[in-house]
Ligand binder design. Structure first.
Ligand code: PLP
Length: 373
């Protein structure tokens, strides 16, 4: 038996969608991208959306949108993927690492609060594994200190809290990733959402090498003279999503709720069978959160990983705290709780294609290991 850690669930619907795009022979930035942005808004309740070619690009543009004073500090968790902190570094800003709360694995709001200085410009929150922190307290802290709230929603696609908040729509801007392992995929891709239409409009040229009118718009204006005319007023990047990715995204988006539900059911099955319940955090499998990671904490982390590997089960570790990496050694912020979590964390397989037989096999394998204590 081989059990994968992540696996995109893609098939005939996605092939049909790509085929249509091939037949139209417009595979770059175009109508499918706008369609995907519209569909994302109507399903998740976002007011404005801009599709890009990665979650990393989404985070970079989201930070860029605010034109923070160079040298400003951006609070980020240490327990996250590199892109969360690089988004600040790309813009000449300083990431400051905030510790996690041991119960939620999201930013510890006391530590966050203590690390706010007059130079703090924003906080990039990560809804770790699909979980969330105390949203009201977080928003109050940001309001009180007049700092921007950027949500890295790479782990939470359309997760909704018990209190009725939609993750991604609580801050000034929300960023998603459609990388192959994430909730739904477009191969690679990302999305920026905001209630601020002006902010999203400002980022449109920034995702398309600075050009104020994309080629699709110009194509539609063929009859107007000087349809070829465009302006470049600010620095831009090649960050656009293309029609092929958007077509896959449109097919995937129809299944987002179903995928999220299946993953909650998988977690419930794991929880009912794993005998030692030191799970990452308290999973609410009856609600509407979109979980991306399920795992356990084990004092014998490395042995457990090898044991699973020998039984054909892929596991992972999310993540080595960023402040332990050389690239971030010049940035400050002590994070003892994240470091301790890292030493014990084992991520187990979680993806909508996982079947009950595989879940039971993983549970049996992990339980057998625990009994050897
Ligand atoms: C995956 C991920 C990203 C980056 O997304 P890409 O689409 O791979 O660029 C950013 N932040 C977090 C927390 C992620 O897990």
């Amino acid at each position: 038996m081989k059990v994968r850690l992540f696996r995109p669930l893609i098939g005939d619907d996605e092939i049909t969608a790509i085929k249509e795009t091939f037949e139209a022979s417009w595979v770059g930035l175009g109508n499918k991208v706008s369609e995907f942005e519209g569909a994302w808004c109507s399903i998740t309740g976002a007011e404005n959306a801009l599709a890009v070619n990665s979650g990393t690009a989404a985070l970079h543009l989201a930070v860029k949108a605010f034109s923070f004073t160079p040298g400003s500090e951006i609070l980020v968790p240490s327990l996250t993927f590199s892109s969360t902190a690089f988004a600040a570094v790309y813009e000449g800003l300083k990431p400051v690492f905030v510790d996690i709360d041991n119960d939620t694995l999201c930013m510890d709001l006391d530590d966050l609060s203590s690390k706010i200085t007059p130079k703090t410009a924003a906080v990039i929150i990560v809804h770790f594994g699909g979980n969330h922190t105390d949203i009201n307290r977080l928003k109050d802290l940001c309001d009180q200190h007049k700092i921007k709230l950027i949500e890295d929603c790479a782990h939470s696609q359309y997760g909704r809290t018990k209190e009725g908040d939609t993750l991604g729509l609580i801050g000034d801007v929300g960023c998603y990733s459609f990388e192959e392992k994430k909730g739904i995929t477009t191969g690679d891709g990302g999305m920026i959402v905001s209630a601020d239409a002006e902010l999203i409009n400002k980022l449109k040229p920034a995702r398309w090498v600075g050009i104020d009118k994309d080629t699709w718009v110009r194509e539609q204006e063929q009859r107007i003279s000087k349809h070829w005319y465009y302006e470049i007023n600010d620095i831009g990047y090649k960050y656009n999503m293309n029609n092929l990715s958007a077509a896959i995204g449109l097919a995937q988006l129809k299944k987002l709720d179903q995928f999220n539900k299946r993953k909650r059911d998988i977690i419930a099955r794991y929880q009912s069978q794993l005998t030692r319940n030191s799970f990452f955090f308290d999973y609410d499998t009856k609600g509407n959160l979109a979980y991306w990671l399920f795992g356990i904490r084990s004092a014998r982390r490395d042995e457990l990983i090898i044991h699973c590997q020998n039984k054909g089960i892929a596991t992972g570790v999310h993540y080595t705290p960023l402040n332990q990496h050389n690239a971030f050694k010049n940035f400050r912020g002590k994070t003892p709780v994240a470091n301790k979590f890292y030493d014990q964390a084992v991520t187990l397989p979680l993806h909508p294609a996982l079947n009950d037989g595989e879940i039971d096999y993983v549970c049996e394998t992990v339980n057998n290991f625990e009994q050897t204590l």
